[in-house]
Design a protein. Structure first.
Length: 581
C-alpha cells in the first residue's frame, strides 16, 4: 500500500476493502454495540471533512471532546482528511478539568470544540456557570447534517500537522505536541516492525482514545495494519478488569497495550477468583507495557496467573515512549521474555548500573524497555555537560529520528531547548535531539529507564528515585492498590523535606488505621531506600493526582501538600525523627 499519510491509508482501504470490519465498540466492555467498516468510515470521515472545510476549519485547530466510541474515530479521521489539527481532550467531570479544557483551547488557538450532543448537554448543565466556557462553540458532530455529494477538501501532505497531542501534565503544565502526518506514519511503521500486525490479527483496547497510547494502539495502528480494533470505555475495564481479558479471548485479540497498573489489577482480580471465565489467551502475541515504570513483580505474577489460560510470557513487551516522539521510542520484541537486571541500589543512586545477585542486600530489579527499530536512535547524555555517556552510566535519554514531533505549539524557546538539543560530541553535534527529561542507561543496546530528571530527590549528595520510594510505600501496606503513593521533596523555608503521600481505601483504614499505615511506610522507606521521610501522610483513595494513563502527578501532589489541600486521614504528623541510614 503506497501511502504517505493516514488519510491515504483510510482512503485506500475504504476503496479496496469497503466491507472489512475496521472498528467495533463494545458496550459495557462486553457486547458489540456498533461496527464501522472501512467503506463506511471512509464515507463518514469524508463527509465530515467536507463540512469542516465549509465551516472554515481547514488549516486551523479544533478541540475533540469525546467519550470512548466510534464518533471519536469518525471525527478524528475527518479532521485528518480536512487538514484540521485536532486536540483531543478528556471529557470533564470536575471543574478543574473544564479549566484545563479552556487552557488547551486557548493554547491551540481555537474556540471550536467538536463533541457529541450528549456530552455538550452534560457540559452545559454541569458547568454552564463557569466563565471558562464563555466563547467556546460546542459542535455536536453526531447530529450535524452532512451532504453525501459534497466535494471533500484537498487531502493533507506528510508535513501537515495532524494532531496537537497535549502532554499528560505529570511534570508540569500540559503542552501541545505538534504531530505531523509523517510522524504518525513513521511511528506506526516502526511499531509494526517491532510488533508485526499480521493478517488475522486483532486489537483490543480499553485505553482512553484522547491519550496518545490509546489513540495509537486503538485507532492508528489497526488502520495502518488493516486489522479490526475492538474498543471499550476505560471505566468498563476499571470496574471489572476481567472484561479486557474476556474480550481478548472472545475476539481472538493478538495486540493490546496498557500501563503496568492495569496488569496488576488483572492479577488481583485473578487472586480474588474474578477471572474464571476469561477463556483462551493463547492468541495474544503483544501485551505492550508502558506509560509508567514497568515492575518485574507484576510481569512475573501476570504470567503465572494467566498461564493456565494460555498466556505466553514472551507476549509481555515492555516499552518506552512519549508524546514528543509521537509515542513509541523503544520496545521489547515479542519473541523473547522480558529482560531484567538486578542492580545495586547504592550504585544506582550514584549514577552507575552495577549488576548484583538477586539476593544481594540492596538488589533492586529494573525491567528493560527494549531497543529501537528503524531510524530511531537513543543516546544517554549527561544533562549538565551534554556529553555522551557510555553503557551502564545513568543520564538523560535523548532521541532522534523520524518520529520526533515538530515541537510544542507556540513555544519557540522551549522547542529550542527540548527538540533541538545538541550533544557535545564533534560527530553528533550536528544532529538535533529530543531531550526527554527521563533518566536511564543503555546495556547491550537495550534501554533501562530509571526515573525523571526533575523528580530525582537529592539527599547528602545521593540520588533517590521517587518511584523506588513509592514502591516501598506500596509494599509496606499489604492490599494497597497499585500507584497509590507519591514521593517528592518540599522546602519549608529552611530545609528540604522528603514527603510521602499514600492512599488507603476504607478496607485498609478499618483494618490497620492511618497511624499504623504511616508507621509501616516510614519504616519501609527508611530501611529499603536508606532515606528517612520527614512527613508521611495518609489520604483516601483517589486523592493522589494522576494522569489519564495512570502516572502519578508528583508536582500536582506537591502543590496540594504545600497549599494544605490534601484530604489527610487522621492527624497529619511528621515522621518519627531518626538519623538517615
Amino acid at each position: 500500500m503506497d501511502v504517505h499519510t493516514l488519510a491515504d491509508a483510510l482512503r485506500s482501504r475504504g476503496e479496496k476493502q469497503p466491507d472489512q470490519t475496521a472498528y467495533v465498540f463494545l458496550r459495557n466492555g462486553e457486547d458489540p454495540h456498533e461496527t464501522l467498516t472501512y467503506g463506511r468510515l471512509h464515507t463518514d470521515a469524508r463527509m465530515r471533512a467536507a463540512r469542516f472545510a465549509a465551516e472554515g476549519l481547514s488549516g486551523h485547530g479544533a478541540v475533540l471532546l469525546y467519550p470512548s466510541g466510534l464518533e471519536f474515530v469518525r471525527t478524528l479521521l475527518g479532521c485528518m482528511y480536512a487538514r484540521v489539527a485536532s486536540a483531543p481532550v478528556q471529557v470533564p467531570r470536575r471543574r478543574e478539568e473544564v479549566e484545563r479544557l479552556r487552557r488547551i483551547a486557548d493554547d491551540a488557538g481555537t474556540s471550536t470544540v467538536l463533541t457529541t450532543a450528549e456530552v455538550a448537554r452534560e457540559v452545559r448543565e454541569r458547568f454552564g456557570d463557569m466563565p471558562e466556557l464563555s466563547g467556546l462553540t460546542l459542535v455536536a458532530t453526531d447530529t450535524l447534517r452532512y451532504d453525501p455529494d459534497a466535494v471533500g477538501p484537498t487531502l493533507p501532505g506528510p508535513e501537515d500537522i495532524a494532531l496537537l497531542q497535549y502532554t499528560s501534565g505529570s511534570t508540569g503544565d500540559p503542552k501541545g505536541v505538534m504531530v505531523s502526518h509523517a510522524n504518525f506514519l513513521a511511528n506506526v511503521v516502526e511499531t509494526d516492525e517491532l510488533w508485526p500486525c499480521e493478517p488475522g490479527g486483532t486489537v483490543v483496547n480499553w485505553l482512553p482514545l484522547f491519550h496518545d497510547m490509546g489513540m495509537l494502539f486503538g485507532v492508528v495502528m489497526p488502520l495502518w495494519a488493516g486489522i479490526p480494533s475492538y474498543l471499550m470505555a476505560p471505566e468498563s475495564f476499571i470496574r471489572r478488569p476481567a472484561r479486557w481479558l474476556e474480550a481478548l479471548a472472545r475476539f481472538g485479540g493478538t495486540h493490546a497495550a496498557a500501563p503496568s497498573f492495569a496488569y496488576e489489577l488483572c492479577v488481583r482480580a485473578a487472586a480474588e477468583g474474578k477471572t474464571g471465565a476469561v477463556g483462551d489467551l493463547s492468541r495474544w502475541r503483544v501485551a505492550a507495557n508502558g506509560a509508567e515504570p514497568v515492575r518485574w513483580a507484576t510481569i512475573c505474577s501476570f504470567a503465572d496467573a494467566f498461564a493456565p489460560h494460555g498466556f505466553d510470557p514472551r507476549a509481555m513487551c515492555p516499552g518506552y515512549g512519549l508524546a514528543e516522539n509521537t509515542l513509541k521510542a523503544t520496545g521489547a520484541r515479542q519473541d523473547r521474555e522480558p529482560s531484567v537486571l538486578w542492580l545495586s541500589a547504592e550504585a544506582l543512586r550514584n549514577g552507575t548500573a552495577q549488576p548484583v545477585g538477586d539476593h544481594a542486600a540492596d538488589a533492586i530489579p529494573l525491567v528493560g524497555s527494549g531497543s529501537t527499530v528503524g531510524r530511531t536512535r537513543i543516546r544517554i547524555v549527561d544533562p549538565a555537560t551534554r556529553r555522551l555517556l557510555v553503557d551502564g552510566q545513568v543520564g538523560e535519554i535523548w532521541v532522534d529520528g523520524p518520529c520526533v514531533a515538530e515541537g510544542y505549539h507556540g513555544r519557540a524557546e522551549a522547542n529550542e531547548e527540548t527538540f533541538r538539543a545538541r550533544i557535545a560530541d564533534p560527530e553528533l553535534s550536528g544532529t538535533p535531539h529530543l531531550r526527554t527529561g527521563d533518566l536511564g542507561f543503555l546495556r547491550d543496546g537495550e534501554l533501562y529507564v530509571t526515573g525523571r530528571v526533575k523528580d530525582v530527590i537529592i539527599r547528602k549528595g545521593r540520588n533517590h528515585y521517587p518511584q523506588d520510594i513509592e514502591l516501598s510505600a506500596e509494599l509496606a501496606v499489604p492490599g494497597a492498590h497499585p500507584n497509590c503513593a507519591a514521593a517528592f521533596s518540599s522546602e519549608d523555608g529552611e530545609l528540604e523535606r522528603l514527603v510521602v503521600v499514600v492512599e488507603a481505601d476504607g478496607r485498609l483504614l478499618n483494618s490497620l488505621g492511618a497511624e499504623e499505615i504511616r508507621r509501616r511506610v516510614h519504616d519501609a522507606v527508611r530501611e529499603r531506600n536508606r532515606i528517612t521521610p520527614d512527613d508521611v501522610l495518609v489520604v483516601r483513595r483517589g486523592a493522589v493526582p494522576k494522569t489519564s494513563s495512570g502516572k502519578v502527578q508528583r508536582r500536582a501532589c506537591k502543590r496540594r501538600y504545600e497549599d494544605g489541600d490534601l484530604p489527610v486521614v487522621g492527624v497529619p504528623a511528621a515522621a518519627a525523627a531518626g538519623a538517615e541510614a
